[in-house]
Ligand binder design. Structure first.
Ligand code: PLP
Length: 233
C-alpha cells in the first residue's frame, strides 16, 4: 500500500493545513494569522507535547487553572493569552502571568488591569464585543464600544490591539462569515476614527475558515488540537 506522506495526520498539522488552505483561498498571508491553542481543561503534559511541535502560543480561560500551568511550564518560553471572563479581584494575577488579554468587556476591568500592569509589563488587550442580537452574552455592545475604545486608549500600560468575539455556534459557512464580517465592520469603524485595531481575535475549531475569510488575525483553537473537552476532570 502506498502512503501519501504529504497528507497531514497529527491534529496540529491538520489545523495548520486548514489555516494555510483558507489563507490561500481568501488571499491572506499565513504569517498574519496566529494560531492560539486553547488549553483550558488540558493538563500541562498535553501543552508540553504540542509545544514540542512548535506551537508556542496558548490561551487559558480560568485564572487559577491558567496560572498553575503558566508556572509549571515556565521553562518553555510560551506566550500566554487570557481569554476567559474577567473578575476584577483577579486582575493582578492576570497582569502578572499573561501578556495578552482578549476579554475586556467593561471600564472597571480595564482600569484594574492598567493599574496591575504597571507592576509587571504592558498588556496587549482586545475588547470583547457582542453583536446586537446577543443580549445576554459577555462583551460590549456596539453602542458602548466607541467610548470604551477612547478610555482604554488613554491607559498607559494597556496597548489596545483590537476586538475579540465569540459568536453563537453556526454550522452554515455563509452565516458564520456574515457574523464575522459584522465584527470586522465594528473594528473598521474604530480604525476610521483613528484608533489602532490591528488584531481581530475570532474563529474557533468549527469556523476558523470563515474567520480567516473575514480578516481574523488570531484564531483560538481547542477541540481540533486536543480533542473533546472533559469538564469533569
Ligand atoms: C474554549 C474556547 C475556545 C476554543 O473552542 P474550540 O471550539 O474547542 O476550538 C475559543 N475561544 C474561547 C473564548 C473559548 O472559551
Amino acid at each position: 500500500m502506498e502512503i501519501d506522506t504529504d497528507k497531514p495526520t497529527t491534529p496540529i498539522d491538520i489545523v495548520r493545513e486548514r489555516i494555510k488552505t483558507a489563507c490561500d483561498k481568501y488571499n491572506r498571508d499565513v504569517s498574519d494569522v496566529t494560531l492560539i491553542a486553547v488549553s483550558k481543561t488540558r493538563p500541562a503534559s498535553s501543552i508540553r507535547e504540542l509545544a514540542s511541535h512548535g506551537q508556542k502560543v496558548f490561551a487559558e480561560n480560568y485564572v487559577q487553572e491558567g496560572v498553575g500551568k503558566v508556572c509549571e511550564l515556565s521553562d518553555m518560553q510560551l506566550n500566554w493569552h487570557f481569554i476567559g471572563h474577567l473578575q476584577s479581584n483577579k486582575s493582578i494575577e492576570v497582569a502578572e502571568h499573561f501578556t495578552w488579554v482578549h476579554s475586556i468587556d467593561r471600564l472597571k476591568i480595564a482600569l484594574k488591569l492598567n493599574k496591575a500592569a504597571a507592576r509587571f509589563h504592558p498588556l496587549n488587550v482586545l475588547i470583547q464585543v457582542k453583536l446586537d442580537d446577543e443580549e445576554n452574552k459577555a462583551g460590549v455592545g456596539a453602542d458602548c464600544l466607541s467610548v470604551l475604545v477612547e478610555q482604554i486608549s488613554e491607559m498607559e500600560n494597556l496597548n489596545l490591539r483590537g476586538l475579540m468575539s465569540i459568536p453563537k455556534p453556526e454550522d452554515d459557512f455563509k452565516s458564520q462569515r456574515h457574523t464575522f464580517s459584522r465584527v470586522k465592520k465594528l473594528a473598521n469603524a474604530q480604525t476610521d476614527r483613528g484608533f489602532t485595531m490591528d488584531c481581530l481575535s475570532m474563529g474557533m475549531s468549527n469556523d476558523l475558515e470563515a474567520a480567516i475569510a473575514e480578516g481574523a488575525t488570531h484564531i483560538r483553537i481547542g477541540t481540533a488540537l486536543f480533542g473533546p473537552r472533559d469538564y469533569n476532570r
